[in-house]
Design a protein around this ligand. Structure first.
Ligand SMILES: Cc1cc2nc3c(=O)[nH]c(=O)nc-3n(C[C@H](O)[C@H](O)[C@H](O)COP(=O)(O)OP(=O)(O)OC[C@H]3O[C@@H](n4cnc5c(N)ncnc54)[C@H](O)[C@@H]3O)c2cc1C
Length: 413
């Protein structure tokens, strides 16, 4: 077996995890002429960037939007690699269908949302890290919908969301998409790298020189290691360190992954709707999904679920997501709508053993933990979306963090 044959420091650097961060790190190190290999627990590349071909359509079950596209490092890389980008206005920046949500109510909601973000900014400037829920009046008309928005954006309701961290995210409000899929883009950027699939790191002995990485397929050694596994994996003790790293593991557990999931439904007679339009499932509760109609003009509905609602539906898998979504759509569109819908696929990120969630958020009082998690320990470095100071929870934030860890590793080597 190849791993057992490895002797000391057979690599300059081993990267743990072949998601956006790991691929970015490995590319930078390879470009610098270093001997680097990536070990990946799954049998595929990309991690939470995953495009699945379903019914002839490339569907993104993980990341889909190149957020802050005017500052997104993956935009030029996508264009250089020949990927077509879609620059149409995203549905959340336009009015939604008025069925079940009148234009007047939409305006009132947008005004309240604007006020909410102003409050977030003002309160964050005071520097006291409270739960974001403190800024919401539980009785106010639009609070449930603002909460629902939080479950999509942060993967969590606002009672578990750090105000300072939420405010630290930089959104330039320019959003593009990759027509062939964001996951397909990340996959293609890994081309030519030495990536070993189906190899799960279990323990990293960083007290030794070279560093020893124990996997279920034997031990591999390296002069430097970049860890990119999701925080949930470290917090659950699924990757252990020797000597132990209590500060890093604690930081990881205070930056848990929230839950966001997607369900794709085939839609008959889709042309009735505008491309990239949107339907709200309900406007009076937190446990509701959001429905993106005809993404890329395709005959589909992309339903987005977040927070506790997504976590609960995951238990029942595709059938549970589909029942919930179809009932909401029928409530809004009328009972005839049911026969026009066919469930295709749904994600289950919280039940995915190598993700255990969707994207990270800081718990109230712990906005400082991203920097703590990012701190290197000797030649052991940390990357991944959760360490990004301003683009956390995104693929481009993960990518930047991988490039930074690679630069740090090169300086150390
Ligand atoms: C539903 C959903 C929608 C999203 N939408 C967007 C969006 O529109 N735009 C955006 O920018 N971002 C979005 N994101 C977030 C984005 O996908 C992630 O932030 C990003 O892909 C994380 O990259 P990463 O490299 O940090 O982690 P990962 O992609 O999770 O990579 C870590 C890798 O480590 C592997 N691993 C785990 N444990 C081990 C182990 N013990 N040994 C070896 N390998 C291991 C995993 O299998 C994984 O491949 C979305 C995510 C989800 C789930």
């Amino acid at each position: 077996m190849w791993l057992l044959m490895s002797s000391s420091a057979d690599h300059d650097c081993v990267v743990i995890g072949a998601g956006a961060a790991g691929i970015a790190a490995a590319r930078a190190l390879t470009r610098a002429g270093r001997k680097v290999c990536v070990i990946e627990a799954r049998e595929r590349i990309g991690g939470r960037a995953f495009t699945q071909e379903v019914a002839g359509q490339p569907l993104d079950l993980g990341c889909g939007w190149l957020h802050s596209a005017d500052r997104n490092v993956l935009v030029p890389l996508a264009l250089e690699s020949g990927f077509e980008l879609n620059r149409e206005t995203p549905p959340w920046q336009k009015s939604a269908e008025d069925k079940g949500f009148s234009r007047e109510d939409q305006r009132a909601y947008r005004t309240e949302m604007g006020r909410f973000f102003t409050r977030v900014e003002e309160e964050a400037q005071k520097g006291i890290d409270v739960p974001v829920s403190r800024l919401l009046d539980p009785q106010a008309r639009w609070t449930p919908l603002i909460e629902a928005m939080s479950t999509y954006v942060n993967g969590t309701e606002t009672d578990r969301l750090s105000l300072i961290d939420f405010d630290a995210y930089e959104d330039t409000e320019v959003n593009y998409r990759v027509t062939a899929g964001y996951g397909a883009l990340i996959h293609s950027l890994a081309s030519g790298l030495d990536i070993r699939l189906g190899v799960q790191a279990q323990r990293i002995d960083h007290g030794a020189s070279p560093i020893r990485i124990e996997t279920q397929r034997g031990t591999i050694t390296a002069r430097a290691v970049i860890v990119t596994v999701p925080t949930s994996i470290m917090a659950a003790g699924l990757l252990r360190f020797s000597p132990a790293l209590p500060d890093h593991v604690e930081a990881a557990s205070l930056l848990p992954l929230g839950v966001a999931d997607k369900l794709f439904l085939a839609l008959e007679g889709a042309e009735e709707f505008d491309i990239d339009s949107r339907i709200y499932g309900a406007t009076d509760r937190v446990a509701t999904a959001n429905y993106h109609i005809r993404p890329f003009g395709r005959p589909l509905i992309e339903a987005y679920f977040g927070g506790r609602c997504a976590r609960e539906l995951e238990v029942g898998g595709l059938a549970a997501f589909a029942d919930f979504a179809i009932q909401q759509l029928v409530d809004v569109m009328g009972s005839d709508f049911r026969r026009r819908l066919r469930p295709l696929v749904a994600s289950q990120w919280a039940r995915d053993p190598f993700a255990l969630g969707s994207y990270s958020h800081a718990l109230p009082g712990h906005a400082d933990k991203r920097a703590k998690l990012a701190a290197p320990v000797g030649r052991l470095l940390f990357a991944g979306e959760a360490v990004s100071p301003h683009f956390f929870s995104t693929a481009h934030g993960a990518w930047e963090s991988g490039e930074k860890a690679a630069a740090d590793a090169l300086a150390l080597l």
